[in-house]
Structures are given as structure tokens and as C-alpha cells.
Design a binder for this molecule. Structure first.
Ligand SMILES: [Zn+2]
Length: 199
């Protein structure tokens, strides 16, 4: 039986995705072994993101100011919007270095079975951004999963209805079907971006 504080740490670590009990034990013992400064650095980093990180008021990416670093970057192509499901999906797209536009984070994918309807996502906010003008193309980069495809279709229809002349594109095929964007390697994802097609 472990001392209660150690057990508490193991329990908390075990709640993290992909961390089983054995890994949680190993991480807990690692944290016990390292210098206090190093272990507390982790605790502080967690506290800081929970206190300071919010959603960008424009694109709903993670931000530590009202607008995220990408929306604040004047060098980005403001006429191009890439629509993704989660803030984590911005990272693999950035890693490809094939995209220089801005983003719009929906906050999930449509899934009627799970009760996720269009009004639960930032879809209306996307339409507002597009309606404000100055947008040349919207790239739909939702995950190549059933819910991701359904979301892309729904958003494409809405955009076409609103602005028939707007270019709406979807990532080219070649991405592993059924997997999330974050698991795609950057070469494959880069090719899918370059080869995007009108929908
Ligand atoms: Zn932003």
C-alpha cells in the first residue's frame, strides 16, 4: 500500500488519455525521484494553462490574449480560412508548412447520436466571419471520419447557400480514413492540403 499522496498522484496521472495504471505508477515514481523544481514546473505549467488559456475571439483556437497568435500575425493570409474540429488539429497543419492562412476551430464534429448539433459548434460564427467579407477560400480540414465528413458536408452546404461564389475546398484523399488529423504524418497531410479540391 502506497502513502495516500502517492496514490493520489497515481490516480490523477491515470486519468490522462493513454495512461494506464502501470504508466501512471512509473510517472509518479519519476516525479518523486526528480528535483522538486522540475516536478513543480509541471504542476505550474498545468496551473498556468488552466488559468490563462482561453479561446480566441475570432477563430476559437487556444489563446493567451483575446486573439490567438495566428490571428494576430499580420503576415498570414487573411483571405483563407482553414476549418478544423479541435485546437489540436491546428498543430499538424502548421507542421506541414503548406498553409499560411488563418483558422476556424469548430469545437468538435456533428454527431446526432451523441447529441452534437450544428448549434453546439462554432458554425454560425464561421458564417459570420465569411459574411463580413474579404474571404477567398474556406478549406474544410475536419477529420476523415464519419462525423468529420458529415460536418464538412454540412458546412460546405451552408457556405454555398450563403455565398455561392466562395471557393470551398476539402483536403485531398490519401489521409488514413477513420483516423484523426493529428495522427497523419506531415508529408501526407501537406499533400492533402496542396491537392485540396472544391466541394
Ligand atoms: Zn484566432
Amino acid at each position: 500500500m502506497q502513502a495516500p499522496p502517492v496514490q493520489r498522484l497515481v490516480t490523477e496521472l491515470g486519468k490522462l488519455p493513454g495512461i494506464g495504471n502501470r504508466t501512471a505508477q512509473r510517472l509518479a515514481f519519476h516525479l518523486l525521484r526528480v528535483e522538486a523544481e522540475e516536478a513543480l514546473g509541471l504542476a505550474d505549467a498545468i496551473r498556468e494553462v488552466k488559468e490563462r488559456i482561453r479561446l480566441c475571439e475570432v477563430c476559437f483556437n487556444l489563446a493567451d490574449e483575446p486573439r490567438c497568435t495566428i490571428c494576430r500575425d499580420e503576415r498570414r493570409d487573411g483571405e483563407l480560412i482553414c476549418v478544423v474540429e479541435e485546437p489540436g488539429d491546428v498543430i499538424p497543419i502548421e507542421r506541414t508548412h503548406e498553409y499560411r492562412g488563418r483558422y476556424h476551430v469548430l469545437g468538435g464534429a456533428l454527431s446526432p447520436i451523441d447529441g452534437v448539433e450544428p448549434e453546439d459548434l462554432k458554425i454560425a460564427q464561421l458564417y459570420e466571419r465569411v459574411a463580413a467579407g474579404g474571404i477567398r477560400e474556406v478549406v474544410l480540414a475536419t477529420n476523415p471520419t464519419t462525423t468529420g465528413e458529415a460536418t464538412a458536408l454540412h458546412v460546405a452546404e451552408g457556405l454555398h447557400r450563403q455565398l455561392p461564389e466562395l471557393a470551398v475546398t476539402r483536403l485531398a484523399s490519401g489521409l488514413p480514413v477513420g483516423a484523426d488529423l493529428e495522427y497523419a504524418d506531415e508529408v501526407t497531410l501537406g499533400k492533402a492540403l496542396v491537392g485540396r479540391r472544391a466541394v
